[in-house]
Design a protein around this ligand. Structure first.
Ligand SMILES: C[S@@+](CC[C@H](N)C(=O)[O-])C[C@H]1O[C@@H](n2cnc3c(N)ncnc32)[C@H](O)[C@@H]1O
Length: 250
């Protein structure tokens, strides 16, 4: 076993990575979270096949809030030519670099940065933008959607927890000025958990309703969006529409 694989095996991980020697990483949740990751990859792979068939993957992809790089690794293994992962936690970026080195993947790089500190002009655009498991941890989810649009050259996939929405008409100042509600946000308090490795950094979380999310995606500049259908046997939150993966096209 190489030194790198030995380092990988010396600890537990958030994701189950399949390693080149046929082994896999041990996880600190005992496999309890594998299904959510596998369901999401399954959904992502379906749209990837439809949008960028094999042989047409000489593409740039960015994985925003990449954590230990599980989705970045899967994109690279699926033949995407150039993958960049970004995460605000230095330990995740170090883990992601270790795992990709151990797997011998040379076409994946990781940037240690808050997504809001990225400069879209310097980075350019990416054919595929992933923003999975991020916006419901943020106090500025709309800013994150604007960033996703700024970085996107073709297709963006947003995956998020959603809250039940309100709808109806609102007297906006007076009954002479009535406006439709375009969706809503739920406020979730994560302020005591920002030390956790899967949370946002401020702990003030604005979670959109599905209607809010789809309306916002077109308002920040995507031409259309579609809620993706979860596969049979999907992780319960996706199956019951409590989380969604939305594809948005430039
Ligand atoms: C729930 S995890 C999701 C990880 C991965 N995208 C997935 O879906 O499995 C949230 C990730 O977002 C990262 N994160 C939170 N706030 C961020 C920010 N402002 N900029 C960059 N990364 C952030 C966390 O460090 C963590 O890795």
């Amino acid at each position: 076993m190489t030194d790198l694989l030995e380092r990988v095996h010396s600890r537990e991980w958030f994701y189950r990575f399949e390693l080149p020697d046929g082994t896999a990483t041990a996880t600190y949740h005992g496999g309890g979270l594998d299904q959510i990751h596998e369901t999401r990859w399954n959904m992502l792979e379906s749209i990837l096949d439809a949008e960028f068939p094999a042989g047409q993957r000489n593409l740039r992809a960015v994985d925003l809030a990449a954590h230990q790089g599980w989705f970045s690794v899967h994109l690279a293994q699926a033949g995407i030519a150039n993958v960049t992962g970004v995460d605000t936690r230095a330990e995740h970026v170090a883990d992601a670099r270790l795992i990709t080195a151990a797997m011998g993947l040379s076409n994946v790089e990781f940037i240690h940065s808050d997504v809001f500190d990225l400069d879209p002009k310097a980075l350019g655009t990416f054919d595929l933008v992933l923003m999975l498991g991020l916006i419901y941890h943020l106090e500025n989810p709309i800013g994150a959607l604007r960033l996703a649009r700024a970085l996107c050259g073709r297709l963006c996939l947003i995956e998020t927890q959603v809250v039940p929405g309100m709808s109806g008409m609102v007297d906006f100042g007076s009954y002479h000025f009535v406006r439709p509600l375009r969706g809503s946000f739920g406020i979730i308090d994560e302020t005591d958990e920002t030390h956790g490795s899967e949370t946002g950094t401020t702990g003030i979380c604005l979670v959109p309703s599905i209607q809010a999310l789809t309306w916002l995606l077109t308002k920040v500049g995507f031409s259309r969006c579609q809620i993706l259908r979860p596969p049979p046997g999907a992780y319960e939150q996706l199956r019951h529409g409590k989380r969604v993966m939305v594809a948005a096209w430039v």
